[in-house]
Design a protein around this ligand. Structure first.
Ligand code: LLP
Length: 421
């Protein structure tokens, strides 16, 4: 459920007509709903009610500080994967002891930054990383709290580019080697083992892969405790999928996921951390774009939009589906027709949808890509020297630009010309 609904024939973001935002901000732009962000955060928080837990929002999904501040205000922690994300979370007011640091390639500088600034835990992904963190922590005279990310070798049944829990993926250490690695960790004075971490992938649409992974984590917890490690925290990662194609998909709900967590891990007495990104931000954002031209090709019509693959890369990169709807509600009974929906960028990959059935649209009409709140703005680029598009946050009747569109000068003045030219 989200808060982008038609009212009086016009698409609204909460109480604000999307066309009003377009008139003020220009197109294309992203707009997020505070109410949807809040609702989705609470769904997770409530799904784990009664269990000691922290929902660490995976801010890679949508990292504007206004979004982080909204979620932090509800009690969210953050999952960060770079020094930049750490700095951004801190700038948005998130305390260090609510930030977990994930990622396969943390640098020593990033480790130092987080240790100095305050961190809840590092999710360590390899032995070399473990040794580096030990060195950095000892250099600072502190102990770094760690979990080790284990790779449970389960098939998350998702797109190959976003599956992370199979042995051939670059993530974590094989679960079969966990005892050995934890034994090593216990010998390193700069580290303090606090738990286990696992994350098997993203856009997961069934619970079974989670069950397999969490059962393995439960077994491992018992084994490691018997080995003398103080396993008091389990970070279960993120990955729960969302219904991109509303007419025919219904992934499991956070409440069902919460039940599975209790069933598989509830009797261990561990504090639970989860790292959802997409499910919190995905349906909380839409991308609004204007039709520049309708071009009739051979046997097909192209809807040429002012948004392109640089603004929303998911269709080009993962063949992802996003529902695309007109901002003015189509009249009842209007026959849909097929369009190839494309952007202006100079490559064929700049195609959002092929043969998509939509009501008839004309030059100047506004359309909205649904479920674009996660991995939308954050993956945008300035390819073709197209400015990063603005982000807008709506709260009931109010809206605010939370990232402004840069001018051409802003963009081109970042280049510097060497003196020999
Ligand atoms: N935790 C870790 C360690 C992760 O690597 C990820 C996502 C998450 C949590 C959050 O997963 P989520 O709940 O959002 O599924 N750009 C791709 C998705 C990449 C996901 C990367 N890791 C896309 O647009 O589909």
């Amino acid at each position: 459920m989200d808060h982008f609904l038609y009212r009086d024939g016009r698409l609204h973001a909460e109480e604000v007509p999307v066309s009003d935002i377009a008139a003020e901000v220009g197109t294309p732009f992203y707009v997020y709903s505070t109410a949807t962000l809040t609702r989705h955060f609470r769904l997770f928080d409530e799904a784990l009610e009664g269990v000691d837990h922290l929902v660490c929002y995976a801010m890679k999904a949508a990292s504007n500080q206004a979004i982080l501040k909204t979620l932090a205000g509800l009690g969210a922690g953050m999952d960060v994967v770079s020094g930049g994300e750490y700095a951004r979370a801190r700038a948005a007011g998130v305390p260090g002891d609510r930030i977990v640091f994930s990622g396969v390639g943390k640098t020593r500088d990033e480790m130092r930054m987080a240790l100095e600034g305050g961190i809840r835990q590092f999710n360590v992904e390899s032995e070399p990383e473990m040794r580096a963190l030990d060195e950095v922590a000892r250099g600072l005279g502190v102990r770094a709290p760690i979990t080790v990310r284990v790779n449970p070798d389960v098939d998350a049944k998702t797109h190959a580019k976003i599956a992370t829990g199979k042995s051939e993926n670059k993530f974590g250490i094989p679960i079969s080697r966990a005892r050995e690695v934890y034994a090593q960790a216990a010998r390193l004075e700069g580290l303090e083992v606090v738990g286990i971490d696992v994350h098997i992938g993203s856009q997961i649409t069934e619970l079974e892969p989670y069950r397999q992974a969490y059962e393995k984590v439960a077994d491992l917890t018992r084994v490691l405790r018997a080995d003398g490690h103080d396993i008091r925290r389990l970070d279960l990662g993120g990955g729960l999928g969302i219904p991109y194609e509303r007419s025919n998909s219904a992934p499991p709900l956070p409440v069902e996921y919460g039940r599975l967590v209790r069933e598989t891990l509830g009797d261990l007495g561990c504090e639970i951390e989860i790292e959802p990104g997409r499910l919190i931000a995905g349906n909380a954002g839409i991308l609004v774009s204007r039709v520049i031209y309708v071009k009739s090709g051979e046997g097909r019509d192209f809807l040429i939009l002012d948004a392109a693959m640089n603004d929303l890369i998911r269709p080009a990169m993962y063949d992802a589906w996003h529902d695309i709807v007109p901002v003015i509600e189509p009249a009842p009974g209007q026959e849909p027709r097929p369009y190839d929906v494309v952007g202006p960028v100079c490559e064929t990959g700049d195609t959002f949808a092929k043969g998509r059935m939509m009501p008839e649209l004309a030059e100047g009409d506004l359309v909205a890509f649904r479920s674009a709140g996660a991995y939308g703005a954050v993956m945008a680029s300035e390819y073709n020297t197209r400015p990063l598009i603005p982000e807008v946050l709506v709260h009931e009747h109010q809206f605010a630009v939370i990232r402004a569109r840069p001018s051409f000068d802003d963009m081109i003045n970042r280049d510097t010309i060497p003196e020999w030219l």
